[in-house]
Write a protein that binds this ligand. Structure first.
Ligand code: IPD
Ligand code: CA
Ligand code: CA
Length: 256
């Protein structure tokens, strides 16, 4: 029932993204000029929350725009109603709805849906990961020099010791191709299905990574912080990879 509720909720959000895409909707800035929220984020969020509440009215909800909606602490739904809002607002169809479900502090279910490419990534702890119901696995690549990587940048950064542009530059100077899609949830899922070999980003929020993190792990990949410790969605540093190039990426991330 939890899985069905998750899938129903993500489909309802995804329908809202499709309905408004390319049309007119309100856009406003949040803490920085280009950290956007649109009317569609809020509508998507509302249908997702309503959909979950229909079956589990007392579960805790953490959602990007609505914040924390307190409930029984055993289950927590972690929602990003549009991951990739800047892309969405500009009519770029690289964005997704992301929902993770935490049980007693552990993510047990995750789904990420890009309605424009009609791709639904799903993972259940201990049961593997899938893309449109087909089992997925991370890439078998062993050598960082041949990798295709992806990263993302925070909307702004001041006073951070690990400058995201310098880190990006280090990989690029090594001649390694690095992409920037603009949706952390999709970045993670694209590592999970082997399109990318590795992804790192600094300053993500729980709603960006909760579902995608599980998808990567269940596809056989590894997700840690920049020191190699197991990642939790409540921390800022995220490195995800196919596992085989993880140590090479950690080394490159920490170089100065
Ligand atoms: C953003 C995207 C982007 C990442 C940002 C996130 P949003 O989420 O995941 O790829 O670089 O750090 O905030 O704002 O579109 O939900
Ligand atoms: Ca996000
Ligand atoms: Ca968002």
């Amino acid at each position: 029932m939890l899985k069905e509720t998750l899938l129903r909720a993500i489909e309802s959000g995804a329908r809202v993204l499709k309905e408004y895409f390319g049309g007119r909707f309100e856009i406003s800035s949040k803490d920085t000029l280009n950290n956007l929220v649109t009317e569609v984020d809020k509508r998507s969020e509302q249908v997702i929350i309503d959909s979950i509440r229909q079956y589990y009215p007392d579960h805790f909800i953490l959602s990007e725009e609505a914040g924390e909606i307190p409930g029984s602490p055993e289950f927590k739904w972690i929602i990003d109603p549009i991951d990739g809002t800047v892309n969405y607002a500009h009519g770029v169809p690289i964005c997704a709805v992301s929902i993770g479900l935490e049980k007693n502090g552990e993510i047990i279910l995750g789904a990420v849906c890009n309605p424009f490419s009609e791709e639904l990534f799903f993972a259940q702890k201990g049961f593997g990961a899938s893309l449109n119901d087909k089992r997925i696995e991370v890439s078998p690549l062993e050598n960082l020099d041949r990798a295709l990587l992806v990263t993302g940048f925070p909307y702004s950064w001041e006073n951070v010791s690990n400058d995201p542009v310098k880190t990006f530059e280090r990989f690029v100077r090594k001649g390694i191709p690095v992409r920037r899609l603009g949706s952390a949830a999709l970045d993670l899922c694209w590592v999970a299905c082997g399109r990318f070999d590795g992804f790192w980003e600094f300053n993500l929020q729980a709603w960006d990574s909760a579902a995608g993190m599980l998808v990567v792990r269940e596809a056989g990949g590894m997700v840690t912080d920049f020191s190699g410790n197991a990642y939790s969605p409540y921390q800022r540093e995220l490195l995800a990879s196919n596992g085989k190039i993880h140590n090479q990426m950690l080394k490159a991330l920490l170089e100065n």
